[in-house]
Ligand binder design. Sequence first.
Ligand code: B12
Length: 499
Amino acid sequence: MPHSLATHGPTPPIGLAYIAAVLRNDGHKVDVIDGAGEAIDRCVEFESPVGTLNRIGLSAAEIVARIAPGTSIIGITNMFLHEWPLVREIAELTRQRLPSAFVVVGGENATAFAPWIMAQCAAVDCCVLGEGEATMSQLVRRLAGGASLQAMSGLFLRDRHTGATTCTGLPVRLGRSELDTLPPPAWDLFPLERYWSVGPFLGVNRGLSIQMIGTRGCPYRCSFCSSPQMWTTRFTARRPDDVVEEIAGYVQHYGVRNINFVDLTAASDRKWTLRLCDAIEQKIPRLIWQLPVGTRTEAVDRQVLQRMWETGCRNIVFAPESGSQRMLEEMNKPSSLVHILQAVRDAHQVGLRTTVNIIVGHPRERWRDLWKSLAFLLKAAWAGGDDCAVIMFCPYPGSADFDALVASGRHVVDEAALYAGLSRSSSSHRSWNERMSARQIRIVQMAMTVAFYAAAVLRRPVRVVEFFRAQITGREHTYLDQMVRTRRNEIRPATRKAH
Ligand code: B12
């Protein structure tokens, strides 16, 4: 069966919505073509070097055909490595249709993969590096005024005449007061209703949902993560009142009931989390919220978890990544496993549903580390953990692990490697660990997942009843409920093949 290019199903692109909002605030006319959102129920098969894949949404040609004639600057978002081939096609078709337009690519992958992007695609004029709002605002102003782009930071730039490229370095991150004065994401330019009609794919279904960002950046430097080179290690948090004001607007305007915080590592500042809880309690006491993206536990204790629960938080994802202390050190993530287990126990006791993320197949992982991860997962299930996500290691551009693998010659960035992140698909997955084959890692992944859920059911047999009730009523509580539902509702391809 072909595998999907979106491992979680389509989610509205919040980074692009911020960029659109800032440009509109600057007085520019901004059009958005949301390639996934505008044809969200259409799924097409296409051939890739790793076999047949599915993708949702408009084709590259349809996207480019929708660009208004006379548009002078075209921005494309590129968050994931596996999206790059499609982004490349869009850029090339754009160049053919609008030869004089300036083509910019921004996002996590655009930052980490910029040297490859510029080498592989002459249609891209520049990559915007890192946090994009201030850079894009300045870039548009300079292009309009004919000023030099070389003199500003945040770009990987091509000289159209000579073809030479220059990198002007990461931009300075927005400070707290600048974050507070950013306009909210321009969601009115995006077809949110269409996302809502097929989803939600992010987080547990707890009613009409929207994504939010309360904080940016992460103070840590885990070797598998691209965040330090994208956001640096500066952690900036918005004013909790400002966050809650934005949420109140969504509740009023769209009837949103649940908020999914997609911060890089949301609960990094204990005081901030408590202040956010207070602000939610005062202004939107009936709100439901979740942290569906992995967070660390250093700044989480019983009191914080209790306040989170009291103010409507229902699901939280912890990201220990390994049950082996040795591996945590190898991955430059010196967390305490004892503390993480305590956080799972406390979260369960206050009523929160927890997910535990584990990575398997890291290049420096040994078999005994995997046993330790398995033991940790069993302990987490016994401590009250509800779900686990066992993820196969993949080297993402911008991460220290990616750099090390490329430098040692063990990772060759060819066309097939672009799809390596689609770890749900066995055909695209490969092993970067000399001790384990891809097949072995996959078996470990499945065995750990089954063992975790078996232990969780043994600990709380009532889960079986809860699971079937959730499938029948649609009232989900756990990621297992969500996973089974999204597999059932997955947008599948019609027979038409894309070229
Ligand atoms: C939330 C999140 C998700 C969510 C939702 C994603 C979404 N569509 O919104 C979910 C849970 C679905 C998800 C899934 C996955 N994720 Co994820 N995710 C994140 C996370 C934690 C936050 C993203 C975010 O919203 N940031 C906040 C916004 C404001 O930032 P932003 O989107 O980057 O946008 C800014 C800039 O990039 C730039 N910008 C963005 N677009 C544009 C466009 C232009 C024109 C310009 C000028 C600038 C610009 O300006 C924006 C504002 O400053 C990031 C980590 C991170 N560093 O951010 C990982 C991250 C993006 N995810 C990652 C991965 C690996 C995955 C998965 C593959 C995991 C898996 N194994 O299943 C899947 C793949 C999903 C898919 N489509 O197939 C990697 C990506 C690595 C890569 N390059 O491929 C990241 C970087 C984490 C990491 N490991 O380092 N993810």
